[in-house]
Every structure is written in C-alpha cells, then in structure tokens.
Design a protein around this ligand. Structure first.
Ligand code: ATP
Length: 365
C-alpha cells in the first residue's frame, strides 16, 4: 500500500532564500505526522506546497502514489485547518460543517446525514443549530476539523491550529486532536514550533531547521537518540557544556569543558577526534543528587554545587544547581518529592551522572 503522502526532494526558493531545501519524507496511512521547527524554518512553505497554494521549485509530491504537483488545490485530496480556523461566524454549526459538501453539489439529505455523523464523531451531537460565535474555543476547533473531515480528504493539513488559543485549552486540545485523528482514521500532517504539542500527538515527528529535516523519528527517538546537536537542544530540556575533546575510545569520549572540568560522554558512533570542539548534552532527569560519598563514586561525572532554586511541581521537582567551580547553572529533575526533602536554597549538593547519559556532538553539527 502506498503511503498517503510522499514528498521527494522538495525544494522551494524565494529569490535568494532557500526556504525548503531538498526535503524527502513519507507519511503512512492513518498516522499523525508533525513537522516541528523554529519560526522561519520552512514549515508553512512545505504545507502550502502540499495543499497546492505554492509551486515547488523542484521535487515531487505524491498522494496515495499519484503525483499532485500539476493538480490545482481544489482538486487535491487534501484539506487544511488554519490557525484562525476560518469558520463562518454568522452561519450555524451544521451549515459550517456542510459548506464544502453544498459547494460540491451533494444532495441535502446526504449532507444532513454526514453532518450529524461528523458531530457525533467530534463528541458534539445535537449542536448543529448553534451559531459558531456561541461556541467555546475548543468547540470551534472541533467544528473546523469536522468541516474538513466531511469531505473525506486523504490527508488533513493542520497549520498551528492551537496557536491562537490560551495555554490551558491548548493542553486539553493536544490530547483531543490525537483522539479525533484516531476517530476519523485519517492522516494528519501537523506543523508546530511547540515541541510538547508534537511529542504528545505524533506517531512520527520531523525536526526542521533552516529549510532541512534534521531528523525524522518517534518522539522517543528524538528525545533519547538525537542525531544532531540541534535536535538535542530543541526537543526537551537539556543541559549543555562546550569544550574540546581530549580522548575518544569506541563510543566513549572525554571532553575538557571550557570551565576546565573533565567530562565523560557518549559519541554514539559520531565521528569525533581528539582536539575537536564539541558539545555535550545531558537531560535534567539523568542527573542525580548523591546522598553519600559512596553514591557519588558511582558516577563518571561529578559536580559540587549550591542549590539556587527549587521548583516543586507535584510528582517531580526541578532544581537549579550553581556549579561551584564554574559560573554555570545545572538543571536537575528529581522524580520523587522524597529525594528533594531536606534540600533548601543555598545548601551544598553533590550531583552526578553516568557518561552514557551525555550525548556528544562535534560543535557546529
Ligand atoms: P513560522 O513558524 O514563523 O510560520 P515557518 O517555519 O512556517 O515559520 P515559512 O513561513 O515557511 O517558515 O518561511 C520560510 C522562509 O521563507 C522564511 O525565511 C521566510 O521569510 C521565507 N518566505 C516565506 N514565504 C515567502 C514569500 N512569499 N516570499 C519571500 N520569502 C518567503
């Protein structure tokens, strides 16, 4: 079975700007695919090319195995939900959802049936006669998706659809969007600059930077096995040290940080040599507080520091430790509040982590 969407060597220039640079990916049927990247990296340009609003400079776009680059937007089996949902405020919900079907000349009873079915799927049965401007932000969101889904597109494109909503609603809708995607069993391609949205919803995520895909994988791949320094720094919170490689042996390395500390880390097969400038990334949850000298001795990397601040966050706590031998702050995540009892601002702590938890990249990778 061909994938729902395939982009091959997709490239788009605007004058001297290379907005999308030779990007290739495929999205299997019925999956949730996100393109995650900072502002200006080229996400919207990819979406506009898939939707047909913009021509690629080169490359191909296939939907269910068929090239659509010469197909006008309204004939492509794709639909798009925009950040500002573009619902018709004066129409009722049923007329909004049925809009595309009416334009396509579908018979009235069929439209009514499809609209009712869509309202059931989005969990809002019986609100067809309500005006759109009487709905909550979350309800509008669901109606906007239903309006696209009644047209049964092969691919639904979503361009930061949660961007205009407040934080609390966004948190809830992240989970809802994922279940809507499963309910309609349609391929969703979602673009966002918010890594937590991408991690919660997606089967696979492409991390994009300066027009290129840095890595495509599951949220876990990106978080635990980043391919590039950009991905390590962009997906999830991390500590970062820069320095110069002193020794490489197999997958292990030692780096002298710019503050003079000898740090052990893992290269994961990346080509690094003695003398290279490098960066080591360590997740806050990989760092532990040692309660005894014996415990501290288990770690390859050890730092003595002072607790700068403690952020108690229910099940977990986040602690900022000021490195006593350098001017850096280190973020530590403690999973259990028990570990944090007895700590207070200003007290001295010994922290450590194993070398395997330090992800090393050549500087500039
Ligand atoms: P954001 O998250 O801010 O929406 P984005 O990742 O979607 O950003 P794009 O809108 O795809 O980024 O823009 C990618 C690059 O292409 C940017 O440098 C942008 O300035 C440029 N660009 C986009 N559209 C045009 C255009 N019509 N003319 C000239 N340059 C453009």
């Amino acid at each position: 079975m061909s994938p729902d969407l395939e982009c091959k060597n997709l490239t788009r220039r605007f004058g001297d700007t290379l907005a999308v640079d030779n990007v290739s990916f495929s999205v299997p049927r019925g999956s949730f695919f996100s393109i995650l990247g900072p502002s200006g990296c080229g996400k919207t340009t990819i979406m506009r090319m898939i939707a047909g609003f913009l021509e690629p400079s080169s490359g191909d776009i296939l939907i269910r195995g068929k090239s659509v680059v010469d197909t006008p937007p309204n004939k492509r089996p794709v639909n798009m939900v925009f950040q500002h949902l573009a619902l018709f405020p004066m129409m009722n919900v049923a007329d909004n959802i049925g809009y595309g079907l009416r334009r396509a000349g579908v018979a009235k009873p069929e439209i009514a049936r499809k609209v009712e079915e869509a309202l059931d799927r989005i969990g809002l049965p019986g609100i067809g006669s309500r005006k759109v401007n009487e709905l909550s932000g979350g309800q509008k969101q669901r109606v906007a998706i239903a309006r696209c889904m009644v047209l049964e597109p092969d691919v639904l494109l979503l361009d930061e659809p949660l961007g205009a909503l407040d934080l609390k609603l966004r948190e809830r809708l992240k989970v809802e969007l994922k279940s809507l995607q499963a309910a309609f069993d349609t391929t969703f391609v979602y673009i966002t600059h918010d890594q937590s949205e991408a991690l919660v919803m997606s089967d696979r995520i492409a991390v994009m930077n300066e027009g290129r895909f840095e890595q495509v994988g599951s949220g876990q791949d990106l978080y635990y096995r980043p391919d590039t320094a950009f991905v390590a720094g962009f997906v999830g919170d991390t500590n970062r040290w820069s320095g110069r490689i002193e020794r490489v042996s197999g997958d292990e390395m030692e780096m002298r940080t710019d503050s003079g500390m000898l740090m052990r880390g893992a290269t994961h097969g990346r080509s690094l040599s003695e003398g290279d400038r490098a960066d080591v990334f360590v997740r806050p949850e990989a760092i532990r507080i040692a309660h005894s000298a014996e415990e501290l001795a288990h770690f390859d990397n050890r730092i003595t520091g002072k607790v700068e601040s403690i952020l108690f966050n229910g099940a977990a706590s986040r602690i900022l430790v000021q490195d006593s031998s350098a001017s850096g702050e280190i973020e530590v995540n403690l999973p259990q509040s028990g570990e944090f009892s007895g700590l207070s601002r200003g007290c001295e702590v010994q922290i450590g982590w194993s070398g395997a938890q330090g992800n090393c990249f050549a500087a500039g990778d």
